[in-house]
Design a protein around this ligand. Structure first.
Ligand code: UD1
Length: 415
């Protein structure tokens, strides 16, 4: 069994480059299916979720080559429309294949999606939006079967903001007949990147990044070469690494404009930063102020994906802080692991009350992707040695968190 070993309390120093974004890469890979030809993606992150997605797509008939972060997808000869049960269950993002499969074919089959254990995570909004476009669904032995005759553009008003459902509706509308108007869409950068990619393939989409997205159906798409943008959550995790070790580090290739909410909070904690020539220089020497109340929100608010790493940081800042989780109902599980390291955290419903102090090395268990990363962050600041079991969860989204932190001077190994 692999585990991560961290000897805490080593100051960090130096510069690391931020990888391509997982949450941009996965839907863009899925979108490649809409073109009966070749798509080239650069800066495609070398992470487990990308490999799982590639395996699923290969089983559909996509030819994929991947080398030095460049992925070439040839979707010319796809015939299969059923997503492999085992691979599909591994990753919730496989649900994003529904939109593109239905854009191209008359049917699609997906297992009910798995993924991180951070709440119920229903897909009702995805299904509802696709139904509006002309898809009918039925369930057969834990598999969701989707069928359509023709996809017809229409107006869809989402009842709640969902990144995945917005992306699925966009994917299904690109080749639909007529105009689709999506209202109350998610405004996350990952929606913008997907639309940007699709436009580079000849799709006609306006309004991405706002609440209303308008898609004018086209007959077909063409090939393109596209660079996956850097990962705002990975960059944010490393901001937390700097904060918890009170160190000075530099992040190159960080999507600074997408990190406003976190950087604002970082300043409130006493952190200082400078953004020069695409590099983000962080100085955390004076990080010392607790946070009275911080809610997770849809973009441009504070991202739920950084809630656990922030909780680790706040566990080291004297005084009382409070985090409110508004997006996923069961995303405080990491608190129990942090408590094993001596953190003083009380959960009351959607609120986590944190009284900062000293963390101590312990044996802890990663249970999901971002929570796992938070334990790594905590280990950097803990007295003594921390062992993190199940690092495979962290590998779903981070190319090599150990190597990155080691380059900055952390005493961290994967054993
Ligand atoms: C995406 C991100 C994930 C991030 C999340 C919130 C990807 C691959 N994943 O996930 O990392 O944590 O956005 O920014 O990009 N909901 C419903 N019904 C639905 C769909 C969602 O009720 O059909 C609810 C969810 O339970 C949740 C909220 O809507 O409470 C937001 O979920 P959503 O934006 O869909 O998140 P994901 O797309 O799954």
């Amino acid at each position: 069994m692999k585990e991560i070993r961290i000897e805490g309390r080593k100051p960090l120093e130096g510069e690391i480059k931020i990888q391509g974004s997982k949450n941009a890469a996965l839907p863009i890979m899925a979108a490649a299916l809409l073109h009966k030809g070749e798509i080239i993606l650069h800066q495609c992150p070398d992470i487990a979720d990308v490999h799982t997605m590639a395996e699923i797509m290969k089983k559909l008939g996509v030819k994929i080559q991947y080398k030095n972060h460049t992925m070439v997808l040839d979707c010319s000869h796809v015939k299969e429309t059923r997503i492999d049960f085992t691979e599909g269950r591994k990753m919730r993002s496989s649900v994003i294949l529904l939109g593109s499969l239905l854009g191209r074919f008359q049917d699609a089959c997906i297992p009910y999606p798995g993924g991180c254990v951070i709440g119920k995570r229903p897909i009702d909004l995805h299904i509802w939006a696709l139904e509006k476009l002309g898809v009918s669904f039925f369930e057969k032995e834990s598999v969701l079967v989707a069928q359509r005759k023709k996809l017809q553009g229409t107006e869809i008003v989402f009842s709640g903001s969902s990144v995945g459902a917005t992306q699925n509706a966009v994917l299904a509308s690109v080749l639909a007949e007529g105009v689709t108007r999506l209202k109350n869409c998610a405004c996350e950068p990952e929606v913008i990147w997907l639309c940007d990619f699709l436009c580079s393939c000849g799709a006609k989409i306006t309004g991405a990044g706002s609440r209303t997205i308008c898609i004018r159906g086209v007959e077909k798409l063409h090939g393109t070469e596209y660079t996956i943008p850097p990962d705002r959550i990975v960059a944010g995790t490393y901001v937390c690494a700097s904060a918890i070790t009170r160190s000075q580090i530099v992040l190159s290739n960080a999507p600074i404009e997408e990190m406003e909410a976190l950087l604002c909070l970082y300043q409130k904690m006493g952190g200082q930063y400078e953004a020069i020539g695409g590099k983000l220089s962080l100085c955390s020497r004076w990080v010392q102020y607790p946070i009275m109340r911080q809610c997770t929100e849809v973009y441009p608010g504070f991202p739920t994906d950084l809630q656990s790493p922030l909780m680790a940081v706040l566990s080291t800042i004297p005084g009382q802080s409070c985090l409110v989780e508004n997006i996923f109902e069961d995303r405080f599980r990491t608190a129990d692991q942090l408590k094993k390291m001596g953190a003083d955290i009380h959960i009351k419903g959607r609120e986590a009350w944190i009284r900062g102090g000293t963390l101590k090395g312990a044996r802890v268990e990663a249970q999901e992707l971002r929570g796992g990363a938070a334990l790594v962050i905590a280990g950097l600041a803990a007295e003594g040695v921390t062992y993190i079991e199940n690092p495979q969860y962290i590998e779903r989204g981070y190319e090599d968190i150990c190597q990155d932190l080691k380059m900055l001077g952390a005493a961290i190994e994967i054993e």
